[in-house]
Design a protein around this ligand. Structure first.
Ligand SMILES: [Zn+2]
Ligand SMILES: [Zn+2]
Length: 348
């Protein structure tokens, strides 16, 4: 493959990402997001000032100051990189999801016996499967995200997403490739396990409602509030809704540099896991004007080295330190046991 082939291949991937209805960054999802942001801002300005200046609202949405930041430029570079590499991740994800499903069906058949295929209720089973697989995605996302904040080795890769100082829909792609791969396998485990369980319960492979292979409930979220989670618009859900759905403001709190906000709101669409496990932070009605990013010494977080190489070195270092710490603890315990052993021998 020469340079022209590589460019053509990359352009085809990017165009597919933009124009396929089920892709994360489709122009359709961006258009509906723009419409929702426009309506939300117009309503807020009308309430506050008695009128809505449409040109000012459009200027607020396409904020030149944000689009000129190095943080945004780095997000765009990672968008291109991840979209070009995405087929590799998606391919591995499909293979491993099917493999996990096969193992789970086999284990359930061996433990409880195979069930006769359910011959009726296709529509109800399809609706049920759609909801179950969506929940499997959501809990898989939460566990993956929680581990990435709690395990130093994984945090070094996930930190790339948090070094964004300006949030735009492109920030969704600001992830280290290793972070994406780990996410893919985590999802494959949860979605594969759910698919296997569904196949065993109904005695056959079940279908679900999808758009270009993506769960329709996930697509609905993406076309409404998904992109606004990475934006400068403070749209908070409070009360009961704020305990169930993660609003754009919930995720902006997750990106905040305020230590009071660290390790809060790990979920994707549903807030219920954060609610259940005590990591939910309900956003205030008033915009607190949060700052985003990670304050840390070292390489420029928006440079190629800072984004791609530094996380690998730091992750290796954290692994080495963790190993050395575990080794020291082991040595100390062995020494303690040896001392206790020699003490008991001298007493007897
Ligand atoms: Zn995070
Ligand atoms: Zn984010």
């Amino acid at each position: 493959m020469d340079i022209y082939d590589a460019l053509r291949f990359s352009a085809a991937r990017i165009s597919n990402e933009l124009f396929s209805a089920g892709s994360i960054f489709s122009v359709y999802s961006l258009a509906t997001t723009f419409l929702i942001a426009f309506c939300a801002l117009a309503y807020r300005r009308k309430m506050r000032r008695g009128r809505a200046n449409f040109r000012a609202i459009a200027r607020a949405i396409f904020n030149k100051r944000i689009l000129l930041t190095r943080s945004f430029a780095a997000d765009v570079n990672l968008f291109v990189l991840s979209v070009v590499l995405m087929p590799v991740v998606v391919g591995a994800l499909v293979i491993s999801t099917n493999a996990v499903a096969t193992v789970v069906v086999g284990a359930l058949n061996a433990s409880f016996g195979a069930r006769a295929p359910v011959a009726c209720c296709d529509l109800s089973i399809k609706v049920f499967s759609t909801v179950v697989l969506f929940l499997a995605y959501e809990i898989g996302y939460w566990v993956d995200h929680y581990l990435k904040h709690r395990i130093p080795f994984l945090w070094e890769f996930h930190k790339v997403h948090h070094t964004a100082e300006a949030l735009t829909p492109v920030t969704n792609f600001r992830n280290h490739p290793i972070d994406n791969i780990f996410f893919g396998y985590m999802l494959a485990t949860f979605i594969g396990a759910a698919s296997g369980a569904l196949a065993w319960v109904f005695g056959r492979t079940t279908e679900s409602f999808t758009v270009d292979g993506k769960n329709i409930l996930f697509i609905f979220f993406l076309w409404t509030i998904g992109h606004l989670q990475h934006s400068q618009f403070w749209i908070p859900f409070r009360g009961v809704l704020g305990n169930i759905i993660l609003s754009p403001a919930h995720h902006q709190i997750h990106h905040s540099t305020d230590p009071a906000h660290f390790n809060r709101n790990f979920g994707s669409v549903l807030a219920v896991w954060d609610w259940m496990f005590g990591s939910l932070e309900i956003p205030s009605t008033k915009n607190p004007r949060l700052k985003y990013g990670v304050t840390e010494e070292g390489a420029d977080p928006h440079s190629v080295v800072g984004i791609l190489a530094t996380p690998i070195f730091r992750a290796a270092r954290s692994l080495w330190r963790g190993g050395a710490e575990a080794w020291n603890v082991l040595m100390e315990r062995m020494e303690q046991r040896r001392r206790e052993g020699s003490k008991s021998t001298s007493i007897s």
